[in-house]
Design a protein around this ligand. Structure first.
Ligand code: 26W
Length: 814
């Protein structure tokens, strides 16, 4: 719950679909009912946890109506279904989102208040469902909510990790990871579905029987389903998130247990649970571990078996599968779906090779989310062959077919150098491949899939990412949401293009006042939270400059850190030069094994410690890096942002989605022409965007000059001073040579062109300083950013997938 003064306003009563909305008293009774009969607790002796669970169950009861209705209608109409396969769903908290979409926020607040309970405290008590690393996982969560709002008969399939993304804390400024355990308490939003369970095999061998290949797995586990309903805006439709948990197929080995061999007795259970034990915390470099491949196959096979079971309960001809089912692969992580669907169609449903391949390809779509070479999954043929011997056979033959069908250059091929390239497999086994921003989709054609694009020129399309305005505005920013409702009506929540009607108000001084007041209220609330949780005093009238995202060299948190040091250094020399006061916010986790990223975290914290203790600049500059950045913290930071840092090396950030959330909440962007920044700048207007840096082409050219960093540093007094201060231990007096490696890399291995872009970044930052000192101009531009951000709704993105890839109509009549 964003601690903003104004409470979130949910879907207005009249608009919630045909649903008789429960009154305050009815909901109060429901909560008390669950307290007594579901939790067996007396209202007088209930903890915050009890009240949260009882409130969650009361809301969950209301979710069942649209969920049942959507499920039933889809069966009755035989509507085409969409299945979104993802190893990650970065959901966050669900209580408030459900209340908002069901139009019950005020009602619940009143019901709880009548029982002396505070809704915001109860909302804060819910752990985040952190079943993802970053952009890819959060996009999947936004898509589920948008498919439920737009009316797509949709299921998300993933893994019910017992441990989501690790908790981050700082010790001596360094990241330390501890296991996340969201399931240490019962999770109120899931329904166990033990009847939906499937056997998944591994290893073993495949043999020919009567001319047919038959796989004889060496190990088996059971995938057991847990369903979570996802209700759309105004509760008109709902989608289902089905997550798989690993269970042993063999009984507990009592005999072994009785012989005292306890571990062996428990081994099958332990083995099975490892499959859904923990999320791999890497968001670029694949761990390449056998367990990760097994997790990917476990999720994918269970999903496909469930999809075919449901399909056959409605339709008889498997050859018609593509007419009734669309399956989307969220990056290459579920790419084994191609061979697995063919295996099921051939080995279990006697379909011929060619037909099975055609049906599979027509059913599958693949989304690429990254160009980073190290992020593209490649499994050794040895590992693939030992874990999935039957699939290795099928992959080999798919590759041979493709080679026969297309005169392809030697560089093209799924199996090469004893590796299976999952990107090529996903491309060849999908009827549509898409990038996630206009620039990225072009770069996908020119780089990672250049040769395949030549062979299949109409396969790659673009679907620019989006974010759900329900969580990222209506829920997170009630102050601005209420102002929008009063000014342009509530229609924007379902159709974000309505924001366009806000444009004229940018010229309205009175409206600008109200807009600035809403932003300031959010900043005051955030300042209070920073004081309470970190003991740092920040000025809510300073510019809140925010960079929140995973730590990665291409996202260039280091460039931001260098500019922060240069700003501090200049402020110290001329403290009375009329500087614009700033608070630099950083938020983000590093993959545990990514030491360069961890060193950057250490430096940022060391710089923060030094600057925050400096009495000379205390009123001008503060650096705040709250640990354990996650979805709930993003909901707290984004509404309070003035400046959005989107400073990645051009050509590296596939899209970005934080950039969209910050623009929607009235922040101005300082950024490069990378990912969706390009489309944000095009739509909000170049005058309302602080652009800097090399373009993607410029980066490729500059990289050819091996001395690009040294030359840039020698050209920049500011940057030289910064590197000098760092190398002499100015921020690490207790270990002066702590950053010698980092500074050496800045001079000699500046792969992401931090030095080359430093001066233009500095200039852009000073331009932001200047504009911030003219609040009327700043707010006019900020209002135009909000008014022109309608395109970045994930509803628009989903409508793109429905039209371009899935060929699925909305089940909702407008
Ligand atoms: C196997 C290791 C691994 C895990 C996750 C490799 C790569 C990933 C993801 C693709 C990384 C990711 O989250 N990519 C981000 O996806 C967002 C949603 O499309 C984009 O907005 C971001 O630009 C992109 O970095």
């Amino acid at each position: 719950m964003t601690a903003s003064p104004v409470t979130a306003s949910s879907a207005p009563a009249s608009s919630v679909s045909g649903l008789a909305r429960p009154t305050v008293d009815a909901l109060r009774a429901k909560i008390l009912h669950h307290l007594e009969y579901t939790l067996a607790k007396d209202a007088g002796h209930s903890s915050r946890y009890d009240w949260r669970m009882a409130t969650s169950f009361a809301i969950r009861d209301e979710m069942l109506k649209p969920w049942f209705a959507a499920t039933r209608q889809t069966y009755d109409t035989g509507a085409k279904r969409v299945y979104y396969l993802s190893m990650e769903f970065l959901i966050g908290r669900l209580l408030e989102d459900a209340m908002i979409n069901l139009g019950l926020h005020e009602t619940i607040a009143a019901a709880l208040a009548a029982e002396g309970q505070t809704l915001s405290d109860i909302i804060e008590d819910e752990p985040d469902a952190a079943l993802g690393n970053g952009g890819l996982g959060r996009l999947a969560a936004c898509f589920l909510e948008s498919m439920a709002t737009v009316g797509v008969p949709a299921h998300g399939y993933g893994i019910r990790y017992e441990h989501g993304l690790f908790r981050q804390r700082f010790e001596g400024g360094q990241q330390v990871e501890t296991p996340e355990d969201w399931l240490s308490q019962p999770h109120p939003w899931e329904f166990a579905r033990p009847e939906a369970a499937y056997i998944v095999g591994f290893k073993g061998h495949s043999e020919l029987r009567r001319g047919k290949s038959v796989w004889v797995p060496g190990e088996t586990v059971k995938a057991s389903a847990y369903d979570t309903p996802v209700v759309g805006w105004q509760g008109k439709w709902a989608s289902t998130l089905r997550l798989w948990a690993g269970l042993p197929t063999t009984q507990f080995d009592l005999e072994r247990f009785n012989n005292g061999d306890y571990t062996a007795a428990a081994a099958p259970e332990a083995l099975a649970r490892t499959l859904s034990r923990v999320l791999y915390p890497d968001d670029t470099t694949p761990a390449g571990k056998e367990l990760r491949l097994k997790q990917e196959y476990f999720m994918t096979s269970a999903a496909l078996q469930d999809i075919l079971r449901r399909y056959q309960s409605q339709f008889s001809t498997l050859a018609d599968l593509p007419k009734h089912v669309a399956i989307q692969l969220n990056d290459t992580h579920p790419a084994i779906a191609g061979p697995e669907l063919m295996r099921l169609l051939m080995d279990q449903h006697d379909m011929g090779w060619d037909e099975a391949q055609t049906v599979a390809r027509a059913t599958l779509g693949y989304t690429n989310h990254t160009l980073l070479p190290e992020a593209l999954e490649r499994w050794s043929t040895y590992l693939m062959g030992s874990v999935l011997p039957r699939h290795m056979e099928i992959i080999q033959r798919i590759d041979e077919d493709h080679a026969k069908a297309h005169k392809r250059p030697p560089s093209v091929g799924i199996v090469q150098h004893n590796e299976v390239k999952m990107g090529d497999l996903a491309f060849i086994m999908s009827h549509k491949v898409n990038g996630v921003s206009a620039l990225h989709s072009e770069l996908v054609k020119e780089t990672v899939f250049h040769d395949l694009h030549k062979l299949h020129p109409d396969r790659i399309t673009n679907e620019t990412n989006g974010v759900t305005p329900r969580r990222w505005m209506r829920l997170s920013n009630p102050a601005l949401s209420t102002l929008l409702d009063e000014t342009i009506g509530e229609g924007w929540t379902r159709d974000l293009d309505h924001l366009k009607t806000l444009e004229p108000f940018a010229q309205d001084a009175a409206f600008r006042e109200k807009f600035a007041a809403a932003k300031r209220a959010n900043k005051v609330a955030l300042a209070g939270w920073v004081q309470d949780t970190m003991g740092i005093d920040i000025n809510p009238d300073a510019m809140f400059d925010i960079q929140i995202k995973r730590l990665h060299e291409y996202k260039r948190q280091l460039l931001n850190c260098f500019e922060t040091i240069a700003l501090w250094h200049n402020m110290r020399q001329t403290p009375d030069a009329g500087w614009t006061p700033r608070v630099k916010f950083f938020g983000g986790k590093s993959a545990p094994g990514y030491f360069v990223a961890k060193e950057i975290i250490h430096l940022i914290n060391d710089v923060a410690r030094t600057i925050n203790a400096d009495p000379v600049t205390g009123h001008l500059l503060k650096v705040v890096y709250p640990p354990n950045y996650n979805v709930s913290m993003a909901q707290r930071l984004i509404p309070a942002a003035d400046l959005s840092e989107q400073i990645s090396t051009a050509g590296k950030e596939a899209s970005g989605t934080g950039n969209m959330k910050l623009t929607l909440n009235g922040a101005l962007t300082i950024g490069t022409l990378d990912g969706a920044n390009v489309e944000i700048r095009d739509l909000v207007g170049a005058d309302n965007f602080f652009l800097f840096g090399l373009t993607a082409d410029g980066v490729e050219k500059r990289r050819k000059n091996i001395n690009h960093a040294r030359e840039a540093i020698e050209d920049s007094q500011n940057l030289r001073d910064v590197l000098q201060m760092i190398v002499e231990g100015r921020f690490s007096p207790e270990e002066p040579d702590r950053y010698h490696g980092l500074v050496d890399r800045a001079w000699h291995h500046d792969h992401y062109l931090v030095a080359a872009d430093f001066d233009s970044y500095w200039e852009a930052q000073r331009a932001a300083d200047a504009l911030y000192r003219t609040p009327q101009d700043w707010n006019r531009k900020a209002i135009l950013n909000v008014a022109r951000s309608g395109f970045f709704s994930s509803d628009r993105t989903i409508r793109g997938y429905m039209a371009d890839i899935w060929d699925v109509p909305s089940a909702l009549k407008d």
